[in-house]
Write a protein that binds this ligand. Structure first.
Ligand code: NAG
Ligand code: NAG
Ligand code: NAG
Ligand code: NAG
Ligand code: NAG
Length: 483
């Protein structure tokens, strides 16, 4: 009682404390990746509003386009800048280039009321096995040069360079986390990187995808990808794992323990579940994944052997219809939101199970309500395959294949779908709805059940040169193909 009497307005104090907890609660953990490999991107001002409306307060970018970054000034949103892999060689070989990069892309944004930048992601999964070692020589010197340049600008206490890795930089001979170690072909390099991160108090960033485990291995126990405890647990010498995420993070923890620097902080640079483009990529499974994930996050418990709260960046904010589909069609469907910033399914970022639709992007302008479809008057179908191939290779047909949302369309609707995507991705340019006379523009919504024929959004205007380049290049190719 005595203690309480120190606080005359005790209930109010408790209330305030609770409110504070509630307020900081979402704020601490949740970040989101925003990639812009799309034919049209939302305006950065729209993105800022979307993040605020949904109480997401960290964003991870894949480049450092100054026009984009400056929109985050004064918002309080924490930004992770990105350096694409194709810049690593220059930054590794020439320290002056690293200094320039830091001055132009970092220091410029740091002022009172400027951008809250905490991390610079040097490269993106640079040591991915499928890159055949092309970044092997440059990743460490580039990381070192960037952090050195940051330190010389006097920003080293606040801004840390890190290098997001795919989880394929480590493995386990037995599928048990305790056998985890860095991949043998890059082990020495990983030791150097880990040592450097530790010395600079910078985090080890790793991207982890339970979906990919399932995609790549048909025998993967499905429930182990989720968090509902439905899978047979893995017993690692007394430590029990009921989900792939914990097991994967702890494999990294064990790999780190086998270096001389076991205490490097871990952050998850990408995690998520796609909603289209594969039999396991759909709204139901994505919702199941995120529901379990947010609930787990809310416990702030880390993993069985890494009990600290972990910082996560969801992948991804919006769908990107120009991502490479080399890994699979699902690549273009990682968004929590569709291409136009509309939410896909209800969720609760706070993990309290209060299902509701996330707040959609505001101030989005669409192009006219018109679609490019197969012209039903056409009788001779000889030229369909060539034109379909062209539309799909330059546009986006990732919803048409087995297991995807538009797979059930009849053949002519599939042709229409391919033509329309190409047309919309080229900003409804009339010349992009010709296809040897097989196509025509209509103003009747061509969408079918579960298969959206989208209307493109107006481009953000930030990288207009690229957009024009794309459509001119597309047009030229079309000419070459036709004649
Ligand atoms: C700043 O970042 C942009 C976008 O990632 C890049 O194109 C540019 O080369 C960088 N500037 C310098 C001086 O390196
Ligand atoms: C890596 O090598 C394989 C096989 O030689 C090749 O198909 C692939 O294109 C290469 N990837 C890169 C990024 O160089
Ligand atoms: C298993 O755990 C026990 C006790 O915690 C330990 O003594 C033993 O070395 C561990 N075994 C392995 C193979 O790690
Ligand atoms: C709405 O978008 C336009 C351009 O697309 C922009 O100029 C304007 O500032 C935006 N308004 C708000 C409130 O974000
Ligand atoms: C077309 O129809 C689909 C499905 O009914 C709908 O979601 C979409 O908003 C419509 N598009 C337009 C531009 O009205």
């Amino acid at each position: 009682m005595q203690i309480f009497s120190m606080y005359p307005t005790w209930p109010a104090v408790v209330l305030a404390a609770l409110q504070l907890m509630a307020a900081t609660y979402v704020v601490e953990g949740i970040g989101v990746n925003w990639g812009t490999q799309a034919s049209q991107n939302l305006h950065p001002a729209t993105i800022v509003q979307m993040l605020k409306d949904n109480k997401i307060d960290k964003i991870k970018l894949f480049d450092s386009d100054p026009w984009t970054v400056k929109h985050f000034a004064g918002t309080g949103i924490e930004v992770m800048l990105g350096i694409p892999n194709n810049q690593l060689k220059d930054l590794a070989q020439d320290y002056d280039k690293a200094t320039d990069w830091v001055k132009q892309n970092l220091t410029k944004h740091i002022y009172d009321g400027g951008v809250n930048i905490r991390y610079v992601a040097v490269g993106n999964e640079p040591l991915l096995k499928s890159y055949n070692g092309s970044n092997l020589a440059s990743i460490f010197p580039a990381l070192r040069n960037i952090q050195k340049a940051i330190n010389e600008e006097g920003l080293g206490d606040k801004v840390k360079a890190t290098s997001p890795q795919n989880a394929d930089v480590y493995d386990s001979s037995s599928n048990k986390p305790s056998d985890g170690q860095f991949r043998s072909d890059i082990r020495d390099l990983m030791y150097q990187i880990v040592q450097f991160l530790q010395i600079n108090d910078a985090p080890f960033t790793v991207n982890i995808y339970p979906f990919l485990s399932l995609y790549l291995n048909p025998n993967f126990p499905v429930e182990f990808a989720f968090f509902d405890g439905g899978a047979k647990p893995v017993n690692d010498n007394g430590t029990i794992y009921s989900n792939m995420l914990d097991a994967n993070i702890d494999t990294l923890v064990w790999a780190l323990r086998k270096t001389s620097y076991p205490d490097v902080k871990i952050i998850i640079g990408e995690i998520g579940w796609p909603t289209d483009g594969d039999v396991n990529a759909n709204v139901q499974m994505a919702k199941k994944f995120y529901d379990g994930f947010f609930k787990k996050m809310a416990t702030k418990q880390g993993t069985p052997i890494y009990p600290k709260e972990i910082e996560y960046y969801l992948f991804s904010l919006t769908d990107e219809n120009q991502k490479s589909v080399a890994p699979g069609d699902f690549e273009r469907h990682w968004g929590l939101f569709k291409y136009d910033g509309k939410p896909k399914f209800p969720m609760d970022f706070s993990g309290q199970g209060h299902d509701k639709m996330p707040v959609a992007a505001k101030n989005v302008t669409y192009l006219e309500s018109k679609w490019c479809v197969f012209n039903p008057d056409v009788k001779n179908m000889d030229r369909v395959p060539t034109n379909m191939d062209y539309a799909c290779s330059m546009g986006d047909c990732t919803t048409l294949n087995h297991g995807s949302s538009c797979n059930k369309l009849d053949e002519t609707s599939k042709i229409s779908y391919a033509f329309n995507m190409y047309f919309q991705m080229n900003n409804q340019d009339v010349e992009s709805c010709n296809f040897d006379g097989l196509a025509k523009v209509v103003d009747v919504n061509a969408s079918a059940d579960h298969c959206l024929f989208p209307i493109a959004i107006e481009s953000d205007g930030g990288k207009i040169g690229f957009k024009i380049g794309f459509s001119v290049f597309g047009g030229l190719l079309a000419l070459l193909l036709l004649f």
